[in-house]
Design a protein around this ligand. Structure first.
Ligand SMILES: Cc1ncc(COP(=O)(O)O)c(C=O)c1O
Length: 445
């Protein structure tokens, strides 16, 4: 408990540098399987040392990828869930009912009118689950017969997360059947291009299984025009999935309603509580409009798992059997803090992105990609040989260790790509990012 408490209070402030892996830790990690037990306090202290020399996302200056904040309520919920170790494959009484409540909390938070679904390990598995439901609807019986001989395709923007391609591979549709639709200058899917791609395929007898709109791309935070994409999908009879793994919590803000317009026209959505709902990993949700669609994809009867007391088991709507009680942390966090605290924290993160954008826009020595739609702000220094310099700068920043920011390639151009999804981040951290980038950039050769 003391280790956890100390870490929490340390996370409230930024770290002066990231400690390198010490000799002590290297020796610990080289250890063979212990034959006999060690003193508990010593072993826990060693675990703390290993963790301390690892990159922890909850720190306020961790701006890489799409982070999370390790919200304390989530840590406590995980400890409680592990203690009670409930079996969620079948009906587990109050815990199973709580799962449905937590799904409803998140649905309500983002303004969704339906709330049937499942908890998953994250965006990748949520996307896969939703697309499994879409495949079964477009190609009835394909979960049993396979898709051999069937010609079917998925549609998503050029910037959709790679988990969509993976889902196509795992579901037997094939990554070659994922049509990447061009984006506009704000990197939002172009609905007319989507329409043309589906129409072209249909003429060839290729069945449109699903369109995936991204509500917050990983690369730049672009939100596809969901209402227009929904209209195209509906016209062609395709399932609409909205991948809001990163961005969808921002739909909870009244000021963002226009950005996410059309969300309720989706057939399914993905949202990750371990991203912009600040909870520790791994906690994703998939929500579907038609409650039967997940059971159509995953429902089954096995002699060792009979439906006696209830007509469905939880495992009839998820990929997993044994799984952690992820819903508990969502339920506990919303009950402890209230939805308003989450909205306020998301609003602050949007403010961090706007602050960084305006500072970069007004600086002669820096260049930003585009104004942020959500909380990703790609930017880079204005220097000679800028792409090579930016990659080296990202490496140098990692060695420096005061901020953690990854670089990303946008149409082949290299940018630093900070993403603000941490409730611990302050305006001062944003300003520090710029001054550290300038300082380190000056030393990069
Ligand atoms: C838009 C989007 N979809 C899916 C994913 C995959 O999520 P996970 O890492 O939880 O599987 C990510 C991860 O960053 C994402 O940004």
């Amino acid at each position: 408990m003391a280790i956890i408490r100390d870490a929490w209070s340390e996370f409230d402030d930024h770290r002066p540098y990231q400690p390198p892996i010490s000799e002590i830790v290297r020796e610990l990690l080289a250890e063979p399987l212990p034959e006999s037990g060690r003193p508990p306090l010593q072993v826990l202290e060693e675990a703390r040392t290993v963790l301390d020399q690892s990159l922890a996302q909850p720190r306020p200056r961790w701006f890489a990828f799409v982070g999370s904040s390790g919200l304390e309520a989530g840590v406590l919920a995980d400890a409680l869930a592990a203690t009670f170790d409930i079996n969620l494959a079948s009906w587990a009484e109050a815990a199973s009912e709580l799962e449905d409540v937590a799904l409803r909390f998140v649905a309500e938070f983002v303004g969704l009118k339906w709330h049937c679904g499942a908890f998953t390990s994250g965006g990748s598995v949520s996307n896969l689950s939703a697309l499994a439901a879409a495949r079964e609807r477009a190609l009835p019986g394909s979960r049993a017969a396979g898709t051999g001989g069937l010609r079917a395709a998925l549609y998503c923007s050029l910037d959709a997360h790679h988990s969509i391609v993976r889902a196509a591979e795992v579901l037997g549709l094939g990554s070659a059947q994922v049509r990447t639709i061009p984006v506009d200058e704000d990197r939002r899917m172009i609905p007319d291009a989507l329409d043309e791609a589906i129409a072209r395929d249909r003429k060839l007898g290729i069945i449109p299984v699903a369109v995936v709109a991204t509500a917050g791309t990983t690369l730049t935070g672009a939100v596809d025009p969901i209402a227009d994409v929904a209209e195209v999908a509906r016209r062609h009879g395709a399932w609409l999935h909205v991948d809001g793994a990163y961005g969808l919590p921002a739909a909870a803000l009244p000021s963002m309603q226009n950005v996410f317009a059309g969300l309720n026209q989706a057939d399914s959505i993905t949202v990750d509580a371990h991203k912009w709902l600040y909870l520790p990993k791994a906690c994703g949700l998939v929500l579907v409009r038609d409650p039967d669609s997940l059971t159509a994809a995953f429902g089954h009867e096995e002699s060792y798992f009979p439906h006696v007391e209830t007509s469905t088991h939880s495992a009839d709507r998820t990929l997993e059997y044994s799984r952690p009680f992820r819903a508990l942390k969502v339920w506990l966090a919303f009950r402890l803090h209230g939805a308003s605290a989450f909205r306020a924290a998301i609003e602050r993160n949007l403010g961090h992105a706007r602050l960084l954008w305006s500072l970069v826009r007004d600086a002669a020595d820096l260049e930003a990609y585009r104004p942020p739609q959500l909380s990703v702000v790609p930017f880079r220094p204005r220097v000679a040989d800028v792409d090579r310099h930016t990659v080296r700068l990202a490496q140098a920043l990692r060695v420096d260790g005061r901020v953690y920011v990854a670089h990303a390639s946008i149409d082949g151009a290299q940018f630093l790509r900070p993403c603000f999804v941490n409730f611990r981040t302050t305006d001062e951290d944003v300003e520090a990012l710029l001054s550290i980038v300038r300082e380190v950039s000056a030393k990069v050769r």
